[in-house]
Design a protein around this ligand. Structure first.
Ligand SMILES: O=C(CO)[C@@H](O)[C@H](O)COP(=O)(O)O
Length: 251
């Protein structure tokens, strides 16, 4: 089954002083999802917001009627201890909890075991996210090789398989950075092995490089600056969608 083109503007570039209305308007402009960047000032050198703010913006955006549907809150957790926040994020209205592979081996505060057994694993974390009723995503920073995903994606246990992989094309932490084309081979390798996988690209993406990202095989497009600094955000969203749909054959 061909993967769908999904456009997920990064609300990090939205006006925080008018956040609720800005998020609602983004959906009206034709976005499918909202990409919600959560940063803890520890995993990345920047801080944003947490579950209380997510709950507030959920009051302005209808939750999705179906899995991965319009209004999905695609929460990109740039935090050092992802497992700790799954339940609170679920309560706040998150739909897809995307953690970083690089943080997946952090301490599991709920584990009854001592020391080394308190570590989570990516597979265990994905299962836990699913148990809380959320979709699970796994993200890779530019410095992390795509090979770390092979074992995770070959898992025979369905509840431990991610619903999406996110390839970062900037160092996570800030909007408005330059797109790193050097990361595209990761997307190509993933698409070659997994034709049905949802692959998200995030960082410096816009009309100038969407063809490269779509050619590599990304079907979920995050764009912050390109959407929110545009005179015609709806036009940019349409342009991004059409570029992906041209490759996938599915709008
Ligand atoms: O996760 C991040 C940055 O850490 C991204 O989601 C950016 O917020 C995307 O913004 P642009 O690079 O498109 O401006």
């Amino acid at each position: 089954m061909p993967v769908e083109a999904i456009i997920a503007p990064s609300i990090l570039s939205c006006d925080f002083a008018a956040f609720g209305e800005g998020c609602a308007k983004t959906i009206e402009y034709g976005a499918d999802w909202l990409h919600v960047d959560i940063m803890d000032g520890h995993f990345v050198p920047n801080m944003t917001f947490g579950p209380p703010v997510v709950a507030k913006i959920r009051q302005h955006v209808e939750p999705p009627a179906k899995k991965m549907g319009k209004g999905t809150f695609d929460c990109h957790m740039m935090i050092a201890e992802p497992k700790k926040w799954v339940k609170d994020m679920a309560k706040a209205g998150c739909n897809l909890f995307c953690f970083h592979y690089e943080a997946a081996f952090s301490t599991d505060a709920d584990s009854p075991f001592e020391t080394s057994e308190k570590k989570t694993t990516p597979q265990g974390l994905i299962r836990y996210i699913h148990e809380q009723g959320l979709l699970a995503g796994i993200a890779l920073k530019p410095g992390t090789k795509v090979d770390v995903l092979w074992d995770i994606l070959e898992n025979k246990e369905k509840s431990e398989l991610p619903d999406m992989v996110l390839i970062m094309t900037v160092e996570p932490g800030f909007g408005g950075q330059k797109f790193m084309a050097s990361e595209l081979p990761k997307i190509e390798a993933l698409r070659k092995r997994y034709p049905d996988l949802n692959i998200e690209v995030d960082g410096g993406v816009g009309p100038a490089n969407i063809d490269q990202a779509a050619d590599a095989g990304a079907n979920i497009i995050v764009a912050g600056t390109a959407v929110y600094s545009a005179n015609d955000p709806a036009g940019v969203i349409k342009q991004l969608r059409e570029a992906v749909a041209k490759r996938t054959g599915k709008l």
